[in-house]
Ligand binder design. Structure first.
Ligand code: F6R
Length: 584
């Protein structure tokens, strides 16, 4: 997936678009490129690297232009280099395209364009040549863009700038695109926060939409529907909410937002969860799905459902079609996704038509939020760090509450939520930071770390190990503590560090397992409410009843962040990753 932003209007587009594309770097940061109108011609600057690095080589701060399209890339087709950076042009250099998605019928389309000269290894380039082909036959730019779109198979949202007219074109097919309506002109972008400084008036585009951005307005038509119905939404987010502010990284900002989000959930989030629970048949089966951290949140949900006597299972999103044969129309599937755009989920949706779908989704207007029977808003605010932090905890808490509401046992859990909302503030105290710093310094040079726990603590271990892998580049493996003696114990020596999660209930059994590791010279880092004689390092977590695991997860996020920073990694932009994975 990649980030796209474009503008057409009466102001200088360049500062808006530079600012906007830097905001979109969480979507991909292999390469940057832009095309803008330069006295009736299309100028292009692009290269491999982050936005600021490419712009320091090819400065555009003196440029004045009223329209342009900018792109930040996460490579899918073709190596990370200058040629493959977007925009990609046609043979004449008059039509420039930036793209987010994958064209699945690339070979077939290229075969239709034998007389065109392709210079890159990208799939995107075929779009500019297809438009060129139509225009050369006499079509207007608008109808060339439309007939090109109709030929593309796969998820392909893109923007086009051409010297043949004065418009900017935007097509939504799969990956998200929104319009921002400012006084001076119109934006098109992969997300709202990229232009929030300039306007909060937004039009969410639908699949098949072709938007034409003129200097003084816009027009939307849809390839599949005669009358596309688009309302203007006033987005409530403020620019300050999505800015990094005084923090060095979004990841730490988002970790520290969690206490306030938990309080907000307690104060105003419960009615929607109750409503969602009312849609679930408690005597049928509940399937919960997601990818990555969202899958781990789904496992928490399934665990809590089962604990409350409800038949439930967590399935990875790519396995939905396999499990479809077990589902009946009384069952419910709960789909968890921060972005609402993860391809493994979206591609599985067709296979579960007829099954009741509840989406726990953070992004308004996303494909998933628009496709489910009931959208339960995660309400975590935009998450910009590539690693999920606040959206994981929000999902895990909401799914726990959903399980208790579905079972009619919410009275058992609400006091714990109140306790969590108080005690979560007590995590962030100087002694905690000192303990985490000490452990981070120990883990910094390790190549392998284990995370263990039993029951719910094992689910914390899964999520914690993913965090350390992605932001600190350390191979981290999660194991149920009970499984350790069935093989992995052979790996223990004096260099091995094991992080042990111990909530009160599971603590005593896990304690036996860490003794086994300790007696073979392994080092134990305990994240627990109480110290244990086997711990070499102890990080104190806070009690919160059934939600105690949340305070432990927050500590593990902080630990991964600290190790990342010690290793001089940018935790907001870990190598090879991007925030939402819109490819198979
Ligand atoms: C890990 C992480 C990813 C996402 C996964 C699903 O920190 O962020 O594993 O959880 O790519 O993304 P969403 O939730 O957008 O479907």
């Amino acid at each position: 997936m990649c980030g796209i932003i474009g503008y057409n209007g009466t102001d200088n587009a360049i500062p808006y678009l530079v600012d906007g594309i830097e905001n979109l770097e969480y979507r991909g940061y292999d390469s940057f490129g832009c095309a803008f109108d330069s006295s009736g011609k299309i100028a292009i600057k692009k290269d491999a690297g982050r936005v600021k690095d490419v712009l320091s080589k090819y400065p555009i701060d003196q440029v004045y232009s009223n329209r342009g399209i900018f792109h930040t890339r996460w490579a899918t087709h073709g190596a990370v280099n200058r040629v493959n950076a977007h925009p990609l042009t046609d043979c004449t250099g008059e039509i420039a395209v930036v793209h987010n998605g994958i064209i699945e019928n690339l070979d077939e389309l290229k075969a239709m364009l034998k007389n065109h000269k392709f210079v890159s290894d990208t799939d995107t380039e075929v779009i500019s040549h297809l438009i060129e082909e139509e225009v050369s036959k006499g079509s207007s730019m608008e109808s060339a863009v439309k007939s090109t779109t109709a030929k593309l198979v796969g998820s392909s949202s893109f923007a086009v700038l051409s010297s043949r007219d004065n418009s900017v074109y935007a097509v939504k097919k799969g990956a998200p695109l929104v319009l921002g309506l400012a006084k001076s002109g119109t934006f098109v972008s992969s997300d709202v926060p990229s232009f929030l400084k300039y306007t909060n008036k937004v039009v969410f585009l639908h699949d098949g939409d072709v938007a034409v951005l003129k200097k003084n307005g816009y027009k939307i038509t849809n390839l599949y529907r005669k009358e596309p119905n688009h309302s203007v939404t006033m987005v409530k987010l403020s620019y300050e909410e999505v800015d990094k502010g005084r923090y060095h990284h979004y990841m730490i900002k988002e970790i520290l937002e969690q206490p306030a989000l938990i309080k907000k959930l307690l104060d105003s989030g419960l009615p929607d969860i109750k409503k969602a629970a009312g849609l679930i048949n408690p005597s049928a089966t509940v399937y919960l799905t997601g990818s990555g951290s969202s899958f781990y949140a789904a496992t928490v949900g399934a665990y809590m459902m089962v604990k409350n006597g409800i038949k439930a299972m967590a399935i990875q999103s790519q396995d939905i079609p396999l499990y479809r044969r077990l589902m009946s129309n009384k069952d419910t599937i709960i789909i968890v996704s921060q972005s609402g755009e993860t391809a493994d989920l979206i591609n599985s949706l067709d296979s579960i038509s007829g099954i009741k779908k509840i989406g726990l989704v953070n992004t308004k207007g996303s494909t998933l939020a628009n496709s489910v029977d009931y959208w339960l808003d995660m309400s975590a605010g935009q998450e910009r760090g590539v690693a999920a932090t606040k959206t994981f905890t929000t999902s895990a808490i909401m799914l726990t509450l959903l399980a208790y509401y579905t079972a009619g046992k919410e009275k058992d859990i609400l006091p714990d939520l109140r306790l969590l909302s108080l005690n979560v503030y007590n995590i962030f105290v100087p002694s905690l930071y000192a303990a985490v710093d000490k452990v981070a310094a120990k883990l910094k040079n390790k190549e392998n770390v284990f995370f263990i726990g039993r029951g719910i603590d094992y689910l914390s271990a899964l999520e914690a190990s993913l965090k350390l892998k992605e932001v600190a580049y350390i191979h981290a493996e999660a194991l149920d503590a009970a499984m350790f003696k069935h093989g992995p114990l052979a790996l223990v020596d004096r260099d091995l560090y094991v992080v042990s999660f111990m909530t009160k209930k599971n603590g005593p059994s896990t304690s036996n397992n860490i003794d086994e590791i300790k007696s073979r010279s392994g080092k134990i880092i305990g994240i627990s409410e109480e110290n244990d004689r086997a711990f070499d390092f102890f990080i104190r977590s806070q009690p919160a009843g059934a939600f105690s695991f949340i305070t432990q997860i927050i500590i593990s996020q902080l630990l991964a962040y600290k190790v990342s920073v010690l290793k001089k990694i940018d935790p907001d932009h870990p190598r090879n990753l991007a925030k939402s994975v819109t490819v198979k």
